[in-house]
Structure formats: C-alpha cells, structure tokens
Design a protein around this ligand. Structure first.
Ligand SMILES: Nc1ncnc2c1ncn2[C@@H]1O[C@H](COP(=O)(O)OP(=O)(O)OP(=O)(O)O)[C@@H](O)[C@H]1O
Ligand SMILES: [Mg+2]
Length: 319
C-alpha cells in the first residue's frame, strides 16, 4: 500500500502497536504536503521522524533546512530566518538569504519550536499561512514555497495557556500532529532496538557485535529510560566499546541500571488481595485535576498521558 515510501521509515526501529500506528499516520501525511508537528520527549526519535517524512515527500530531492530554534541568537533571529538587504543593520555589508530562501521549494524543519521567541512567532505565522515574508531592510514581500515540519519536547498546549506560544501558530503547524511514544511505553521494542544499536556499534568499531544476556535484557526492559532511545543507544555504544563481542551481563551495565531508585518497576506493589483498577484510575484522574485546578493538559502530563489519551479516559469514566 505504501510501497515506494515505506523504506524511508525503515530506519525507525520497533514494532509496538503505538509506534506502528504513528508510522502509519506519518506515511500517509508525508505525501500530503501539509505542516506536521512532531511531539515527544527527548530522545524519542523526533529528528529521525522528520528525516523520514522529508525523504518520503515529493520534496525529497529538494533542500532540507534544519533549524534548531533553541540555539538562535535573539538579535539576529529575524534576518537568519528571512534574510536581509545590504545595509539593513551595522555589519550587513551584503544582501543575504535566510533559512526560508535557502529552503525554497523544499522543506524547513523547525526543531525545538517551543523555544521560538514570541516576537518571531507572529512573522512565522504570516509565512506559514501564505508563504509571505520580508527581508530585513526591505519593503518588498516575497512569496516562498516551503513545507514546514516542526518538533518539540514541550507541551505547546500548556505554553498556549501560559501565553508563551501563539495558538494560531500552533494550529497552522499541527495540521497533522504526530506524537512519538516514550521508550517505557514501548518496552517490547527494547530488545530489537538494543540489537540494532549493538550491531551498528560493532560495524562502526569493526568488531563482532555484543549480545545482552537474558538477565541484562530483563534489566533493560524494566528501567525507566528518562533519556529514551538516545539513552539506550548510549548504553549499547558504551558496552560495545568496553566489551567488544562479549555477552553483556547485568553486572556489566552502567551503574544506574542496578539502582532501584531509577527503575520504575518497584514504584507500585500490587497488594496480595488485588485492587480495583477502574476505581483507582478514576481516583487518580480526579486527584490530577484537583492538583491542576481543572487544567486538563497539565493533569494529563501529571499522569504521563497525552491530552488525547487523557480526554479519552475522562469520556470513558463519564467525568
Ligand atoms: N525508533 C528508532 N529506531 C532507531 N533509532 C532511533 C529510533 N528513535 C530514535 N533513534 C535514535 O536515537 C537518537 C535520538 O533520536 P532523535 O535525535 O531523533 O531524538 P529527538 O526526539 O529529536 O530528541 P531531542 O528532543 O533530545 O532532540 C538518534 O541517534 C536516533 O537515530
Ligand atoms: Mg531532536
């Protein structure tokens, strides 16, 4: 069904239902030439997803310009985005293109979009809406055709509530939104991901690949993974460098894996007599709403749920 563009998503390893459903949405959206917002915690593969989307789009062989919005110097931000005329400011001794001109006909990936200063958000909105922009120091309006992909680990709905992100820009950027699951929401993918990273490290170091023992795999599967897939990749690179080609036992894993504080398996112990899961869920949802004075986005965050998953549960329990 998605034959020609399928391979571009093959670099995204994993078969958990959550991830597969995200990939299916992404495969369809890639072809649609609309703005896509990629959300997910740090290290969940947002940049990898943006690359796969661009590669599967009809703009694959056109420019792909990546902007890290968290690393923009505030004074230069407008000219970096939209370019400037000669003499537009002290030091502007020639006319220069900005990111949007460099991306013309192709794709602009706005990484860490939550960090974009409010002052630029209005100008970006105008550009996203109708492709209009002005170089600094010019009165002429240019129209540039660019497809926008954006990513963030921030909760933009909460930022809208706080007044630090524009709601109109949010809607223009998230014509389709894709939320990548945390690693702990897709533990079944851990062995496959680990093997992939071990093989990758071995081929880079020109050694035989390590393998994880059963106990070590178990340990990996029960860890909380705050750094998500990037953290798992680091662990695989660490053991591959120190114990090339060997079977990695529990004891060989970096220290934090044996620290129960960082493992979330013991966070809750099921009592002998069991529990009533439905009423526990209702109770926790009510507590979360109480904590946040009824703010649903923040309550969802407290429970580690996406806003959609939280709203689904509210409806399910008729709350
Ligand atoms: N599903 C996956 N399969 C294989 N590799 C993955 C997968 N997800 C992430 N990675 C790898 O993990 C690392 C982190 O991914 P990436 O940089 O895309 O995360 P991110 O969500 O952009 O993180 P951050 O918010 O910190 O920028 C990269 O080396 C990436 O190639
Ligand atoms: Mg990233």
């Amino acid at each position: 069904m998605f034959s020609s563009s399928d391979n571009n998503f093959a670099s995204i390893i994993g078969h958990s239902p959550d991830l597969e459903s995200v990939i299916r949405t992404a495969q369809i959206a890639a072809a649609a030439d609309v703005s896509i917002l990629i959300e997910g915690e740090t290290g969940t593969g947002k940049e990898l997803m943006a690359q796969a989307l661009q590669q599967s789009s009809r703009r694959a062989d056109k420019p792909f310009v990546i902007i890290n919005c968290a690393a923009l110097p505030t004074e230069l931000v407008e000219s970096l985005f939209f370019g400037h005329e000669k003499g537009a400011f002290t030091g502007a001794d020639e006319r220069k293109d900005g990111y949007v001109q460099k991306a013309a006909g192709g794709t602009l990936f706005l990484d860490e979009i939550g960090e974009l200063p409010l002052s630029l958000q209005a100008k970006l909105l105008r550009f996203v809406e109708n492709g209009e922009c002005q170089r600094l120091g010019s009165h002429e309006t240019e129209i540039i055709d660019v497809r926008i992909l954006a990513a963030t680990h921030r909760n933009l709905l909460q930022m809208i509530d706080d007044g630090s992100f524009r709601q109109d820009l949010f809607y223009r950027l998230s014509v389709v939104s894709i939320r990548l699951p945390n690693l702990k929401q897709r533990r079944q993918d851990i062995p496959e991901l680990a093997n992939h990273f071990l093989k990758e490290a071995a081929s880079r170091n020109q050694t035989t690949a390590c393998t994880f023992s059963k106990e070590a795999t178990n340990q990996l599967k029960h860890y909380s993974w705050p750094g998500n897939i990037r953290e798992l990749k680091n662990v695989c690179e660490h053991v591959s460098a120190l114990l090339p080609g060997e079977t990695i036992n529990k004891e060989n894993l970096p220290l934090n894996f044996t620290d129960n504080q960082s493992s979330d398996t013991s966070a809750y112990t099921l009592p002998e007599h069991g529990i009533d899961l439905e009423s526990l869920e209702v109770d926790l949802i009510k507590q979360a709403l109480n904590h946040t004075n009824g703010n649903k986005s923040r309550a969802a965050k407290l429970l580690g749920l996406s806003r959609d998953a939280f709203l689904y549960r509210l409806k399910k329990h008729k709350l």
